[in-house]
Design a protein around this ligand. Structure first.
Ligand code: GAP
Length: 516
């Protein structure tokens, strides 16, 4: 069986071969952790964004959207805490000259102990068969207990060092547990230093004193500085939300795993403004709602889990991640944060403007508290691609590569395929396409055998193929082929719109989310 690493490599190659994701500036050998979306990638990405945007702004009468500029006044980032605190602890290996995130090295060290424990359990399970009790084994096996104790020891030291911002403490863990550089194999480490992740550039010409400005590392601040504009002009009453989709930039030290950690990426963020004291109620609400949104896509409930934060960001009083089972383990796709009134109070202080909300129900002015839901479009994209990519063995020893994408997100919904390039079949196929194309993204293909065309459509995740043949001319029926089952049935052209619509309409997913 192929390892998860092999599967991931194949997925990356597939993304390129089928026009989903290309390395940026590829003809110049690419640019680290920057990627371009191709013709199919952009459709999938747009569908993800629509699924998110509509779930916020259509399903909630009290959520509206904005589109703020990427460039913002530099004091925004002072007020938000990003200039002083948006850092990663980095460490260099003096022999290989490679740079690492000290926290990531330690997290990997902890994961190694988890692996060791799992291997012991697996080995014992094989040995003892059906009567094996994994929980009892973990509590009593000497070797497992030893690994567990080490793991906890490292974890406790790590948690304390991160919370205390103790850079020497982080380095000491790396030294004490013999963490070596994977390239040089040595322990010749520099001290740990803080590295700010914001990119900066200059606005205005240097002769008249250019201003240093930052490329936003999160879209959220565009919402905070506009919250009162939106509240007043939209006559919004608390609780209300503001949603935004846009680019964010971070100079990640360790950028790996394809589009999982990029230097330029896209976020979908929603800030929900609530009365002080109500924040934990709304935190729970959004935590549950966001998981339902993910699960409604049908990729499998077991693919998700919550991960509550131990080390809270400088602005939060509670935080959870929704993690997805990627080919390289459970990883964060979305963060839900209770951001208190940190950002709004800070902007009030730094700007000197009164940005309090007047509550007509209580006749009081106050600074609202904020619950944030923040999801990376690219990570969502990766999770969907990873869960949908399948290699299937067919009868007769043939294999097919299938992208079993949720039909609502598939880049192409219907492929229209004339069996032959003659006898009026292309004209009839074009006529059918013209009926469907206003509602569904369709492609027309007449090149190659029908089998090859089906395979190409499977590989980009097209849920429906419509084959037009001589019978179509006579009785207006076509062969409709379903991607996942490869089942084919004869249907009337006039029924196509409804059959496709039932599967690809987001409304069905939204109803599911709201009904639960
Ligand atoms: N406004 C809050 C915020 O930005 P975050 O946890 O730093 O919180 C939110 O980021 C989401 O943005 C993450 O859950 C992830 O999906 C995405 N994200 C963050 N950094 C990323 C990166 N370097 N590449 C791709 N996606 C990223």
């Amino acid at each position: 069986m192929a390892s998860q690493e092999d599967v991931f490599k194949k997925l990356v190659a597939h993304c390129k071969e089928y026009g989903f994701v290309f390395p940026s500036s590829e003809i110049y050998d690419g640019l680290g952790a920057v990627y371009d979306y191709g013709q199919n990638g952009v459709e999938l990405k747009n569908n993800i964004k629509k699924y998110w945007w509509d779930s916020m702004t259509l399903l909630h009468g009290n959520i509206v959207g904005i589109d703020a500029a990427i460039f913002m006044h530099p004091t925004v980032w002072k007020a938000s805490g990003h200039v002083d605190a948006f850092n990663d602890p980095l460490i260099d290996n003096k022999d290989s000259k490679k740079r690492y995130r000290a926290d990531v090295l330690i997290e990997e060290l902890i994961a190694k102990y988890d692996d060791k424990i799992n291997k012991e359990v697996e080995k014992a399970a094989k040995k003892f068969g059906d009567s094996f009790d994994a929980e009892l084994f973990k509590k009593t096996n000497a070797r497992v207990l030893e690994h567990q104790e080490k793991r906890e020891e490292i974890h406790e030291r790590f948690k304390k060092a991160m919370n205390d911002n103790d850079l020497d403490g982080l380095k000491q863990i790396i030294l004490d547990y013999d963490v070596v550089c994977p390239i040089s194999g040595t322990k010749n480490w520099t001290d740990v230093r803080q590295f700010n992740l914001m990119f900066s550039t200059e606005m205005g010409s240097t002769s008249d004193g250019a201003m240093k400005i930052y490329l936003r590392p999160e879209t959220a601040q565009g919402i905070f500085v506009n919250y009162l504009n939106v509240q007043k002009t939209g006559r919004m009453k608390i609780p209300f939300g503001i949603a935004q989709i846009g680019k964010a930039f971070r100079n990640e030290i360790v950028a790996r795993q394809f589009i999982f950690r990029m230097r330029e990426f896209e976020q979908m963020e929603m800030q929900f403004f609530v009365r002080p004291g109500d924040e934990m109620k709304w935190f729970s609400h959004w935590k549950a709602f966001r998981l339902k949104w993910h699960k409604a896509l049908g990729l499998g409930d077991q693919m998700y889990r919550y991960h509550d934060h131990e080390k809270l960001a400088h602005y939060a009083n509670a935080a959870t991640d929704i993690e997805f089972l990627m080919p390289f383990g459970f990883k964060e796709v979305e963060g839900i944060h209770s951001r208190t009134d940190f950002d709004l109070s800070s902007h009030e202080k730094f700007s000197g403007k009164n940005i309090k909300y007047f509550d007509p129900e209580t006749n009081q002015s106050y600074t609202p508290y904020v619950i944030e839901t923040s999801i990376g479009v690219d990570r969502m994209f990766l999770s969907i691609m990873a869960a949908s990519y399948k290699e299937e063995e067919l009868e007769g020893g043939e294999t097919r590569v299938l992208l079993a994408l949720p039909p609502v997100l598939a880049p192409v919904k219907v492929a229209i395929l004339p069996l032959l390039k003659k006898d009026g079949l292309p004209e009839k196929a074009t006529e059918i396409m013209n009926e469907l194309k206003y509602d569904f993204k369709c492609v027309y293909e007449e090149k190659d055998t029908i089998g090859k065309r089906y395979r190409r459509m499977d590989a980009i995740g097209t849920p429906f193929c419509v084959t037009v043949d001589h019978q179509t001319i006579q009785d207006n029926t076509v062969t409709l082929r379903y991607r996942d089952t490869m089942k084919q049935e004869r249907v009337n052209v006039s029924d196509l719109h409804k059959i496709v619509g039932d599967q690809v309409n987001m409304k069905n997913l939204f109803k599911k989310i709201m009904e639960e």
